[in-house]
Design a binder for this molecule. Structure first.
Ligand code: F6P
Length: 328
């Protein structure tokens, strides 16, 4: 029989994502509901190593569901990558009396959790929180939907000025090595071209497509570029390349950057965070360990870290075809 768990820790790690607060709230409230003590660690794994924590109850998380960022702060801990760092974290958990952890973050957070759970007998459950949506064990990560909405609202504004000046804009979006944000925001904002790491269509095609746009009577264009795209040129080099080859175009660049990680989470992200985190706490209380929770076909699921982190989380390339048709 699984050991009864009386204290659960929670932390947020890696790049912050809108909805992390809703996730923390759900962990703290689910713990309160099940009469389990909840400890919030600051700055992810670093706070676990340093014993930097706060005791949380249902009221500690009032009015945070709508707030961006994370009240527990976030970090990418270098120390936790070392066996010594992980030992310190395990010792701290023991001293504080934390018997299980909910880890909210992206692939780096889950990799850390996986190693930690192999080395120490402390059950952990990963909750996917990253704007990149690059985790195989879930259809959606917390923060992705909000980031998409932030991006399309920014591109809509860029479109206004692009159209007033008959300009071509390259808009760089985040996503690290994944093109989910670029592809979906590109379709949602009606971009003329979308460049993603998963599909290098080549620079010739980009030029051809822009020429076609001009011929078809378009006066302005938007090209959405994922920060990890594989053209071999960064967004400024791409702009120079197009200026050299298509001098008729007046080209500008906008890098959206960290604004994509901020802002009040969408209803989708708040609900997703709430569902995933209640499940995470319930799984721990049921004796489950060392898995990530996710949402697959609208069902909340538990997947091993290995499967959840496997390479090649499929992007929907059909969207590139849709984009092609619709940018005619
Ligand atoms: O993983 C989230 C993310 O925002 C990526 O899209 C981006 O590549 C990276 O984090 C940026 O990290 P930092 O905030 O450390 O610059």
């Amino acid at each position: 029989m699984a050991k009864e768990i009386r204290t659960i820790g929670v932390m947020t790690s890696g790049g912050d994502a809108p909805g992390m607060n809703a996730a923390i709230r759900a962990v703290a409230r689910a713990c309160a509901y099940y009469n389990v003590k909840c400890i919030g660690f600051y700055r992810g794994y670093q706070g676990m190593i340093e014993g930097d924590y706060t005791v949380m109850n249902a009221r500690s998380v009032r009015n945070i569901i709508s707030r961006g960022g994370t009240i527990l702060k976030s970090a990418r801990s270098v120390d936790f990558k070392t066996p010594e760092g992980r030992k310190k974290a395990a010792d701290q958990l023991k001293e504080i009396g934390v018997e299980a952890m909910v880890l909210i973050g992206g692939d780096g957070t889950f990799r850390g959790g996986q190693i930690f759970s192999e080395e120490y007998d402390i059950p952990v459950i990963g909750v996917p929180g990253t704007i990149d949506n690059d985790i195989a064990g879930t259809n959606y990560t917390i923060g992705y939907d909000t980031a998409l909405n932030t991006v399309i609202s920014a591109i809509d504004k860029i479109r206004d000025t692009a159209s007033s000046h008959n300009r071509l804009f390259f808009v760089e979006v985040m996503g690290r090595d994944a093109g989910f944000i670029a592809l979906n925001s590109g379709v949602g904002a009606g971009a003329e071209e979308i460049l993603i790491p998963e599909e290098d269509l080549g620079l010739d095609r980009l030029l051809e497509s822009l020429k076609r746009s001009k011929r078809s009577g378009k006066s302005s264009s938007i090209v959405v570029v994922s920060e990890g795209d594989k053209t071999g040129k960064n967004v400024y080099e791409l702009a120079d390349y197009v200026t050299e080859n298509l001098p008729d175009y007046e080209v500008r660049v906008t890098v959206l950057g960290h604004m994509q990680r901020g802002g009040s989470p969408s209803c989708f992200d708040r609900t997703l965070a709430s569902r995933l985190c209640v499940k995470a706490v319930e799984l721990l209380l049921d004796g489950e360990k060392n898995v990530m929770v996710g949402i697959i076909n609208n069902e909340i699921t538990a997947t091993s870290f290995d499967d959840g982190l496997r390479e090649g989380h499929e992007i929907n390339k059909e969207l590139l075809r849709i984009s092609d048709i619709l940018s005619t």
